[in-house]
Design a protein around this ligand. Structure first.
Ligand code: GUN
Length: 309
C-alpha cells in the first residue's frame, strides 16, 4: 500500500491565506489589527525558534506582534506583573507565554493569570473547562491543528477508533477531550470518535495502539512508534518534534511506519506549521471579540459625554 504524506506546510499556507483575507476585512471594516504579544523567559534555543516562527507567521498574514523577552532569573511575581499589564492593555488581543518556563517559575500561576479572553493558547482552566464541556471559545493550537490536517486531507474521525499516546496538558488530554465530543467547531465528522488515551503506564501498549484507525503520537520520544505498533492502513499523526544528532525527528519512526500506514505526517512539515496557524486563528477571534467590547465601551463613553453635556 502506498502511503500518503500529509503536507502540513501546504495546509497551513491555505488556512493562512484565508486568515489574511479575514485580517484585511477586520482592518477595512473596523480599523482593527489583531495583535499577539509573545513572552519568552530565558533563551532556550528551541523556544527562540518557535517564537520567531510565530512572529513571522503573524507578519505574513498582516497581524502585528511583539516579543517581551525576560531574563532566565525573572521571578514568578515579576512575570505576573507583566501578565497584568498585558491583560489591561487594549492593544493586546492575544498573550502567549512560551513554555517551558524556567523551573523556579510557577507555570500554573502564570497561565492562570492570563485573561481567558486573551488566552489564545487555550491553557487557562476556564478555557480548558469549556473545551472539556464541548463549548470552546478557543481550541488549543496543536489539537486544533491535528483536526485541520485530517479535515484538509479528507479523513473524518466520526465512529473511528483513535489512540493517542501521551497525556500532556498541551496535546494528549485536550485532544482526547475534543475527539470524544458530540460535535466540534469543524463539524460532527471531527468528533464522535472512540478514544483511548495511553501513557507510560499503559500495559501492552502495542496491542492497544494496533487497534487504532487513527494513531496520534505526542510523547516527545524520538522515533518511538515502530511499524509493529501500527494497524495496517491506519492514519498516523506525529506531533513530536525532537532535536537529535540527526536533526529534527518525530515520535514516529517514519521510515518503517510509512510502509504500513495509509497516511502519515512528516516531521518537520507536518503538525508544526498547523500549531502556528491555529494560534493566528485564535488571535484573530480574540481581536474580533475585543472589538465588540471596545465598540461597546466607545458607545458607553459617548453616552456618558452626552449625559454630562
Ligand atoms: N511550548 C510547546 N508548545 C507550546 C504551545 O503550543 N504554546 C506555548 N505557549 N508554549 C509551547
Amino acid at each position: 500500500m502506498s502511503c500518503q504524506i500529509l503536507d502540513g506546510r501546504l495546509i497551513a499556507r491555505k488556512i493562512q491565506d484565508e486568515l489574511k483575507q479575514k485580517v484585511e476585512v477586520l482592518w477595512r471594516e473596523r480599523q482593527l489589527r489583531p495583535h499577539l504579544t509573545a513572552v519568552l523567559v530565558g533563551a532556550d534555543p528551541a523556544s527562540e525558534v518557535y517564537v520567531r516562527n510565530k512572529q513571522s507567521a503573524c507578519r505574513r498574514i498582516g497581524m502585528s506582534s511583539d516579543l517581551r523577552r525576560l531574563s532566565a532569573s525573572t521571578s514568578t511575581a515579576e512575570l505576573l506583573e507583566l501578565i497584568e499589564q498585558l491583560n489591561s492593555d487594549s492593544h493586546v488581543h492575544g498573550i502567549l507565554v512560551q513554555l517551558p518556563l524556567p523551573a523556579h517559575i510557577s507555570a500554573e500561576q502564570v497561565l492562570d493569570a492570563i485573561d481567558p479572553k486573551k488566552d489564545v493558547d487555550a491553557f487557562h482552566p476556564y478555557n480548558v473547562g469549556l473545551v472539556a464541556q464541548g463549548r470552546p471559545k478557543y481550541l488549543p493550537c496543536t489539537p486544533y491543528g491535528v483536526l485541520q490536517i485530517l479535515k484538509h486531507s479528507g479523513f473524518t474521525i466520526r465512529g473511528q477508533r483513535v489512540c493517542i499516546i501521551g497525556r500532556s496538558d498541551i496535546v494528549g488530554k485536550p485532544l482526547a477531550s475534543m475527539l470524544v465530543q458530540r460535535n466540534s467547531p469543524l463539524g460532527p465528522d471531527y468528533a464522535n470518535a472512540t478514544v483511548t488515551l495511553c501513557h507510560s503506564l499503559t500495559p501492552n501498549l502495542p496491542n492497544v495502539t494496533r487497534e487504532a484507525d487513527l494513531l496520534i503520537a505526542a510523547i516527545g520520544q524520538p522515533k518511538w512508534v515502530k511499524a509493529d505498533m501500527v494497524k495496517p492502513g491506519a492514519v498516523v499523526i506525529d506531533v513530536g518534534i525532537n532535536r537529535t544528532d540527526l536533526g529534527l525527528v518525530g515520535d514516529v519512526d517514519f521510515e518503517s511506519v510509512s510502509t504500513i500506514a495509509r497516511a502519515i505526517t512528516p516531521v518537520p512539515g507536518g503538525v508544526g506549521p498547523l500549531t502556528v496557524t491555529m494560534l493566528l486563528s485564535n488571535t484573530l477571534v480574540a481581536a474580533q471579540h475585543s472589538d465588540l467590547v471596545s465598540i461597546g465601551q466607545c458607545r458607553d463613553q459617548t453616552k456618558d459625554k452626552k449625559t454630562t453635556a
